[in-house]
Design a binder for this molecule. Structure first.
Ligand SMILES: Cc1ncc(COP(=O)(O)O)c(C=O)c1O
Length: 371
């Protein structure tokens, strides 16, 4: 299988562990293992200390799946398959799609969500947003217009990386109705579920609302535990999950058991992880709003509805890539340019989940005033 480079991940590979400041991360600061273990019950600690380091169940341990199931209203343990988040996407596309199928995918989008389909030989039709002064809107009417008799799958991601967009409840219903009315699968990447500064914007997982929806969530973003490499697919369609499970035999086969235990503890103490992340995002958005007001000549920004990122418009004469390269060279600030999203040359992603954002903004402002 030929697959194009994953541009965002290649750009991060270049700078994530060498640049001094990360302005564009989509994850929040990672919690320490000690923080997780301090929340463990006596029973959890018994499991942690006595667990042997052998293979685990391909589906995910029953202990972990039952902790995940508590986060859904209408799903149970056997509606879940645990894997690493990117692996979930890779396996699912491979079991659902064949060459010649058409899929609809939001744009801009985390590349793997359309790249794998393209590599399989599918045609990807992009659902474009309406844009007005950094307000993003994904109109379900535009989605409906993209459906044809070859369409097999709709791929969405809310809260959306990078814009932070979350549809209204009625638009979300409309999106689900479009999938149902046309008998399409719906892959709903919900990696940023429950993450965001404004609790008014919440979304019911697609897997609760539609029998042919498959939702992806995991520990990386909402919980600040990306290093666990634990995510899961959730669906009422167990036949699809069984196919994905069989495909997983060719990749990781099973999950890391220390990660499964730590993930279980975190899920059972979810508010100790998600609430501080949301508080940090809320404060950072405030700082960022002030920064954006002071630097209107540099960018367009509006407060994202959810998630941990925003997609700002740069008003610079340089392209976003040229600007980002100069910024990292002169200040050590890594900014993710829109070229890595295949989305033009004048946007950039900002991440709100890192505690040193105020310091980064002051370095960026000094750079901006100096050029
Ligand atoms: C929308 C989206 N889906 C999936 C993933 C994959 O998550 P992970 O990096 O934990 O595999 C990411 C990571 O950035 C993401 O932004």
């Amino acid at each position: 299988m030929h697959i194009n480079d994953f541009k965002i991940e290649r750009y991060f590979a270049q700078y994530e562990f060498s640049a001094r400041y990360l302005l564009s991360s989509s994850d929040c600061d990672g919690y320490a293992i000690k923080y997780v273990l301090d929340l463990a019950s006596d029973d959890d600690l018994q499991v942690w200390e006595n667990q042997t380091l052998g293979y685990t169940e391909t589906k995910g341990s029953p202990m972990l799946r039952s902790a995940i199931a508590k986060h859904y209203q209408t799903l149970a343990m056997d509606n879940l398959l645990v894997l690493s988040p990117g692996e979930g996407n890779f396996c699912l596309m491979n079991v659902l799609l064949e060459k010649g199928d058409e899929v609809i995918c939001m744009a801009p989008m985390y590349q793997s969500l359309y790249q794998i389909a393209e590599s399989i030989g599918c045609k990807v039709n992009f659902w474009q947003p309406d844009y007005d002064n950094n307000n993003w809107y994904y109109n379900p009417e535009r989605l409906k217009a993209l459906v044809n008799n070859k369409t097999k799958l709709i791929i969405v991601n809310f809260p959306h990386n990078p814009t932070g967009y979350i549809p209204s409840a009625s638009d979300w219903d409309e999106i689900i109705n479009i999938a149902r009315a046309n008998n399409l699968y719906l892959f709903s990447d919900e990696m940023y579920h429950l993450l965001g500064a404004n609790p008014a914007y919440k979304q019911i997982p697609a897997c609760e609302l539609y029998e042919n929806a498959i939702s992806l969530w995991g520990m990386s973003k909402s919980f600040g535990l990306a290093g666990l490499r634990i995510g899961w697919l959730a669906s009422k369609n167990k036949a699809i999950l069984a196919k994905v499970e069989a495909f997983k035999d060719y990749l990781s086969i099973c999950n890391s058991c220390p990660s499964e235990i730590l993930a279980t503890i975190a899920l059972n103490n979810h508010s100790q992880f998600i609430t501080p992340n949301n508080e940090k995002i809320r404060l950072n958005i405030k700082y960022y709003e002030d920064f954006a007001q002071r630097n209107e000549d540099l960018l367009e920004f509006s407060i994202p509805r959810g998630g941990s990122t925003a997609f700002i418009k740069l008003k610079t004469s340089k392209t976003a890539m040229e600007y980002a390269e100069d910024l990292v060279k002169k200040t050590g600030i890594m900014l993710l340019p829109s070229e890595t999203f295949d989305y033009g040359t004048h946007f950039a992603r900002i991440g709100f989940g890192r505690r040193n954002l105020p310091e980064i903004l002051s370095v960026w402002e000094a750079y901006h005033r100096s050029v």
